[in-house]
Write a protein that binds this ligand. Structure first.
Ligand SMILES: Cc1ncc(COP(=O)(O)O)c(C=O)c1O
Length: 281
């Protein structure tokens, strides 16, 4: 589908014709938030959690939610239905709207609402079977990483760093402690215990974060949310990434170092299977 229908401020329009004014604060200041929802067989996966995070993001930056939950579901459904793919990745963006350029919030502005969808691109069979490589880097982003902000320059630079190294992700550390990757959460396993960084302002709470908590509880895998040192990550038996498009993905090398046995480990295999079952229900 070369020119799919997207939703912009009240109407469905072909992507190629969707336009916003240059004074939109998303363009001028990166003043907005976004959400990415995976869709399997035309059904959103964990839609309640994704919409709840969308609403939290709006509240966090002081944008009045322009739609009720029912309206959001209906708008997303229209864009989803118009697309030919069964498995999609819905992208939602809300900015503070169009106003004369001045940093502080404008007195009156109508939020810009944009929704598009694309076929979801999941990890390749090779990536699944063999695991992926990553590089480590210092986390130099701002201190409000819990907001799913469209101001993504720090994440863009981290993703570019990974691309330049020919690997999947940059795993970031702040003051020697694990935070997250450029667009995924990071997990370690040591002696059968899974651990992830605490949900605080240093990471985005992925929707898979909560899901992994549920899956671990159901599978009797102990899970700790705690600060994790860089040394622990390199010495882990398993390292995993999680995100809407990576689902759960095993990391088998970071920088020049092999992680664990250098192949996807048993806890990864267990969680991956559980994830696939959760998708299918
Ligand atoms: C910085 C960052 N952390 C974590 C995640 C994982 O979030 P989710 O599981 O909701 O995809 C993402 C997803 O894009 C992200 O951009």
């Amino acid at each position: 589908m070369s020119d799919p229908l997207v939703y912009l401020n009240g109407s469905l329009t072909p992507l190629s014709e969707a336009k916003i004014p240059v004074l939109d604060r998303g363009f001028i200041f990166g003043d907005g938030i976004y959400e990415v929802i995976p869709v399997y067989q035309r059904k959103m996966f964990r839609s309640d959690q994704h919409l709840a995070r969308l609403f939290r993001s709006l509240t966090a930056i002081g944008i009045t939610n322009p739609h009720s939950k029912e309206e959001w579901l209906s708008l997303i459904d229209q864009v989803m239905t118009a697309h030919e793919a069964d498995d999609q990745m819905v992208y939602i963006q809300v900015t503070r709207g169009v106003a004369k350029r001045a940093h502080a919030f404008p007195k009156e502005a109508t939020p810009t609402v944009f929704i598009m969808t694309n076929p979801i691109v999941l990890p390749s069979a090779t990536a699944r079977e063999q695991g992926v490589a990553c590089v480590s880097m210092e986390d130099k982003r701002w201190l409000r990483c819990e907001i799913k902000s469209i101001s993504l320059l720090g994440n863009v630079l981290a993703a570019e760093n990974a691309a330049e190294h020919g690997v999947t992700e940059s795993i970031q550390f702040r003051d020697g402690y694990l935070t997250e990757a450029s667009s995924s959460n990071v997990w370690i396993v040591k002696n059968g215990v899974m651990a992830g960084p605490p949900k605080d302002n240093l990471i985005l709470e992925g929707i898979r974060y909560g899901l992994i908590q549920e899956l671990c509880a159901a599978q009797n895998i102990p899970l700790e949310a705690r600060r994790i040192t860089k040394e622990e990550v390199f010495a882990a038996d398993e390292v995993m990434l999680s995100s809407a498009t990576k689902e759960i993905l095993a990391v088998v090398r970071i920088d020049e170092q092999t992680i664990g046995k250098g192949k996807p480990g048993p806890i990864y295999q267990q969680l991956f299977q559980a994830y696939q079952q959760a998708k299918a229900t």
